[in-house]
Ligand binder design. Sequence first.
Ligand SMILES: [Zn+2]
Length: 452
Amino acid sequence: MRPGAIALARTAGRLSRRLGRGGGTSLPGNLLLRVEPGAAGKLAADLSGGSVLVSATNGKTTTTRMLSACLRDAGHRLVTNTAGANLMSGVTTALLERGDADMGLFEVDEAALAEAAGQLGPRALVLMNLFRDQLDRYGELEALADNWDAMVSRLRSDTALIVNADDPAVAALGESHPGRVTFGIDDVPGDRELPHAADSTRCRRCDGPLDYSAVTIAHMGHWTCTRCGHARPTPDVRATSVTLDGMRGQRIVIESDGERVEAELPLAGLHNTYNATAAAATALSLGVPASVIGPALSGRAAAFGRGEVIAVGDRELVLLLAKNPAGANENVHTLLLDDEPLDLLILLNDRAADGRDISWIWDVDYELLVPHVRSLTVSGDRAWDLALRFRYAGLPSERMVVIPEVSRALDAALALAPESGRLHVLPTYTALLDLRSRLRRRGVVDAFWRDG
Ligand SMILES: [Zn+2]
């Protein structure tokens, strides 16, 4: 590799940070990739512990964060990217600043994963789920599954492939890959039905309809093809006991081949059960002892916007990112875990990073929330579309306020929440960033956030 190219890219990163342009999280890598397209692979080659890649439509940031805790607690020095920089440029930028790291841990955008896996030749690859997300950017879900299928067939045979047994599209990947490890939730709490917005309910082998004996989230659960009999594999790593403790978190037991991980997660909802089980499965396959994994998972506070709690005056904000119907539906279920009246602020933007098409709000089961809503403030570029959605869901207009401007909406929503109470905030991705910068300006959130 041309040594001048690396020096130039690093300088550009420092300049970009000094100018306050996006923290320089992608620009140096972008520059380097232009002059040296295979740069990431070359930079990663001297990581003695190899690289781990995590991809999913939903949950990759939290899972990467949990896995990072397990690997650090096991003594690894990690180089990682930030959530907002999960394309090749972001991975390359992180590698430029790898210091004395012995292992790379990167969350990678679903559509960029084939290139990242091809370049880095990962030691472990974690595939968690595929949901409909930003269709205008990716095209069909099936095309993405085909793309992942081709990528998996090109993996080195010694790559540990960690896949979600409960997601039929993901479970069908790499079935003959030698290092494949499956994970899933055996103990499914409660009784859920397949939502009408479910994304992937056809068999990947024969296109027959799937039947479910248990549903966890959207199209995930215990599935069997009614035509060819292809079924959820018995997971190698299983959440065998899941006790959800409202919005406060959950107790889980994860078992695998004589290993037992017990964790008290400070994160609510079944989607976080999946994130923790995926992180545990990966850590175990990388040789981290179960006795290290449990405490590492238990000590993990929420990643920014993924269940994070922020004190504002005498009230608390709970931030729950919702960028697609599956994520938003999961938030709905999480909010219903505590049987208390809800004060909500929901923000909907339709900028490039959110996806321009907001018709997905009609696939979210907001109807379930309506009986519990004490106050709802809707905001963002498409506040009025949300207002219409909630009118159709049956929310009386006297319980709803429409304020497109974010700062004023936040003030109004806080005022509607009771003293010492909680305001639950459900933003789309760019609305989350917007909200964060406003909270920073108010001195509420001090450090520049690193985890997206
Ligand atoms: Zn089938």
